[in-house]
Design a protein around this ligand. Sequence first.
Ligand code: 5GP
Length: 208
Amino acid sequence: MTAPGLLIVISGPSGTGKGTICQSLLKRRPDIFLSVSATTRSPRAGEIDGVHYHFRDRETFEEMIARDEFFEWAQVYDNYYGTPKGPVNTALAEGKDVLLEIDVQGALKIKKKAPDGIYIFVVPPSLDALRARITGRGTDSVEVINKRMNKAMEELAYLHEYDYIVINDILEEAVHRAESIIMAEQSRTGRFRIINDGRSDRPLVAAR
Ligand code: 5GP
């Protein structure tokens, strides 16, 4: 039987750059399976259905909720976002490490169901940096920006629900730190068993 993969949750307030960290991380670690969320928000320029998100209308999303298809779902600002259960469970069962990039509400819900996951909180280096990032996206109104700033400040209070923190000041360093956390977790002794089959040319240990 294959040992189940690790569930890695990268979360934090919106505008902290967690999406960029995840994209860079996946370039370095293509072995990690990225969960593609479903959302009711409209695609931004360049976003592709099925790649960045599964873009669905409200009715379809609500049907998916009723069919219990989500690992978790949340209303973020005025839209629904959710993690489809099927692909995540399949990948974990195949022994793949799975990455979820989700908001704080979603991460807290997942933690209740999967306390063994690795919970990484991404924070901006300063309030100015957060505002610059939220504004810099250039797609949102002043009202939306202020809403996001207030929400981000509230969400910072959940830091201690997480296992690790990554301060996203210099992107390269933040990605390196996130990757190091994952590698350390993959190296936990509890994930390994000793193979004692007397064959001198074989590995001494294997994943449980
Ligand atoms: P955006 O609209 O900028 O892509 O995402 C807005 C927020 O929703 C981000 O904080 C993002 O991490 C979060 N998000 C994306 N997918 C999911 C999901 O499946 N579940 C939850 N709870 N949040 C999500």
